[in-house]
Design a protein around this ligand. Sequence first.
Ligand code: GLN
Length: 496
Amino acid sequence: MTDLLKMTAVEARAALDDKSISAVELTDAYLAAADETQALNAYTEITHDKAREMAAASDGRLAKGEGGALEGLPIGVKDLFCTMGVETTACSNILNGFKPVYESTVTQNLWDDGAVMLGKLNCDEFAMGSANETSARGAVASPWTVDGDDQDYAPGGSSGGSAASVAAHSSIMATGTDTGGSIRQPAAFCGVVGIKPTYGRCSRRGIVAFASSLDQAGPITRDVADGALMLQSMASHDLGDSTSVADPMPNLMAGLEDGIKGMTIGIPSEYTMDGMDSQITALWEEGRKWLEDAGATCVEVSLPHTQYALPTYYIVAPAEASSNLARYDGVKYGQRVEGESLDDMYAKTRAAGFGDEVTRRILIGTYVLSAGYYDAYYLKAQKTRRLIQNDFIDAFKKVDLLLTPTTPSAAFPIGQKVTDPVTMYLNDIFTVPASLAGVPAMSVPAGLADNGLPLGLQLIAPSFHEDTLVKAGRVLEKAAGFTATASRVASRVAGQ
Ligand code: GLN
């Protein structure tokens, strides 16, 4: 059974085809792993019956030689995706009890390709956070620990449950969403691969909205090939999302092993900050050498407006959030607290339903959109966003890709930053620019810090060049040779 948990999705898919394993067997192994690692709090709900039913149906299709690209692969779903008949709360009390009557386009694409749903995964409330600590379902503990230290470390956020479950081998792959780094940062903290595709590649239909001009779905997986496989299935043109792009996704698996010989990779000089971990700087330098050894040329580039990315994001994202979250009024969805009047009911419902971080964002967003401050903050931020996007457009005239660290440090203990929002926001300093520009980016596990926690490197590509991104990701992954398994589950996965 433990061998089942060791296989990557690509390996398991091949084993399902040659009938050396069955979908039911694989799903049962993952359900048991999800049950046994529940102390991590990665899952908000494990859908045992649904998983077994879907796996049995997959075995039926495989027997007839009809399996889809993800046939029989057991996948965890971030609780931000609407799943028909299965509670979807974005880990907020305001959505308690909400069972969507329809399926998100992305998850429907996965099921149409034969994937099996294991359950819903914990995340920051409405995906607002960098440590999975704002979740109304409680924090997620990283499956990684530090020797001689009994603290729980943050898995990153907001897709903390997704990254933790993939690293803990309690899902073979998981969906994530990324508004300012929520796929890449938890992937880096948990030693797994996370891809944020170009804005518009994956439909937002049926994904609980945070900041609509930034939100993108993407895969969190154990290696780059699995990421390519899963992203291919998640992406589609969808008339149900007006910002969904019609351009077809290139075949990501086809050129995966082609290498990067002859490519030019930019090293942006602005991707540093005070107090940055020297191990990250050293790893970044090593990454540059790995790419050069593979035949690429690395050059310094400048993205001059990088320093404005974080303040711009923390105006644009809360502004959009305050507007998107206006719909939670106690009438249409989830929780309702009765009041003496309609206004009183709204106020009581929202006060009881939203956590502190979400309330903070609604207040900031409402402020920057208000009549007196719109020009000074929101409009200015929109203009700055354009300058940041132009930086990338200019850089990509000279280079094929960019290489940066994913985060300024390795994971931190739970509770260390949650009381200081600005320190928490600084985690996103290297991930937010690509989100504002809408360009695709990925985090690849590239090494371990001295304390044994994973570190990630980020690759950023021009819009619609996910094929180049995964090719280079594969090169980094091979060179880094990252094989460590999260300490909390290593013996379980190895079957000792
Ligand atoms: N950590 C960032 C925030 O709190 C990004 C979150 C995300 O990408 N969903 O907004």
